[in-house]
Write a protein that binds this ligand. Structure first.
Ligand code: PBG
Length: 324
């Protein structure tokens, strides 16, 4: 009878050994915590499909930010829910818009916390699309670029450290980079939602941000979930246009894309553990069908193992507490 020469189980015998040979470790440094800022005062409106997530008015943001800072989370990503939506998304580039106000408030009180802003029109347009809609119902790419640049510039002026365009229009990274540089914001970084798929996993976010498209879908600008070589082309383009950080979104169903991008590029890579991924775990845990903490850490570790340096996640606070 032949005994196995290699015994993989030797190094799994106890936790000390497992720790010694562990290849991936999560850290609070990896996390970006997304927040929804709503116009008005004294608002803390729960997002039904995302337990633990709220729409917060600026005044209610403070305790949330303090908690984030106390947990050691290095960055937040801000989304805005404006009072008024219109066809031109004018609240998006209003220097007194909700996001602009929130950025000023945060940078004033917590200058060390990194503030990243989502740059997109869908939260600010009455039709809910990420770009300018033409008379025939199509999205006008090049007209959208100008508005996105104004929005990014307005965020930078308010003090954002990083702007993060999530609209998926062609050429927007270069256009925004140029606008920032021309106005004295050469040091404001750009995190490009470079490979962003047309995904059903954004469902709960659209409730949170009140940004569901009122007609049609986002398939003419976001990527087809069936493609991965195309993701590499998207990323090449965004890097050529000056992106500092690249992103794959969603994360969980796209770990293969994250791994491919990691192999090909040397730039900091972010992955967005999106609303639907969060909602699935929360819903199953609420039913007692799986162990929430365990699944959360397994999912986040998997995203890191696939190759992400940075994870944008609604679990940031809960994971930070566990890592504490
Ligand atoms: C805006 C935007 C979306 C998300 C981030 N920025 C929604 C969308 O594209 O429909 C999704 C984030 C999430 O689901 O957590 N364009």
């Amino acid at each position: 009878m032949a005994f196995p020469i290699t015994r993989m189980r030797r190094l799994r015998k106890n936790e000390a050994l497992r720790r010694m040979v562990r290849e991936t470790s999560l850290s609070v440094d990896d996390f970006i915590y997304p927040l929804f800022v709503v116009y008005g005062e004294n608002k803390k409106i729960p997002v039904t499909s995302m337990p633990g997530v709220y729409q917060l008015s600026c005044d209610m943001l403070e305790s949330e930010i303090q908690e984030t800072v106390d947990l050691g989370i290095p960055a937040v990503l801000l989304f805005g829910i404006p009072e008024n939506k219109d066809a031109a998304a004018s609240s998006a580039y209003d220097d007194n818009g909700v996001v602009q106000q929130a950025v000023r408030l945060i940078k004033d009180r917590w200058p060390e916390l990194l503030v990243i802003t989502d740059v997109c029109l869908c939260e600010y347009t009455d039709h809910g699309h990420c770009g300018v809609v033409t008379g025939t119902g199509t999205i006008d790419n090049d007209a959208t670029l100008e508005l996105l640049a104004q929005e990014a510039l307005s965020h930078a002026k308010a003090g954002a450290d990083i702007v993060a365009p999530s609209d998926m229009m062609d050429g927007r990274i270069g256009y925004i980079r140029e606008a920032l540089d021309a106005s004295g914001f050469a040091d404001t970084a750009v995190m490009a939602y470079a490979a962003k798929y047309a995904s059903g996993f954004y469902g709960p976010f659209r409730e949170a941000a009140e940004s569901a498209p009122q007609f049609g879908d986002r398939k003419t600008y976001q990527m087809d979930p069936a493609n991965s070589r195309e993701a590499l082309r998207e990323i090449e383009l965004d890097l050529a246009e000056g992106a500092d950080i690249i992103m794959v979104k969603p994360a969980l169903a796209y770990l293969d894309v994250i791994a491919r991008v990691r192999e090909r590029f040397n730039h900091p890579l972010a992955a967005y553990n999106v609303s639907g991924e969060y909602a699935m775990v929360k819903a199953a845990a609420a039913n007692g069908w799986l162990d929430e903490e365990r699944i959360m850490m397994e999912v986040l570790t998997a995203i890191k193992r696939a190759g992400a340096d940075i994870i944008i996640t609604y679990f940031a606070k809960e994971a930070a507490r566990l890592l504490g």
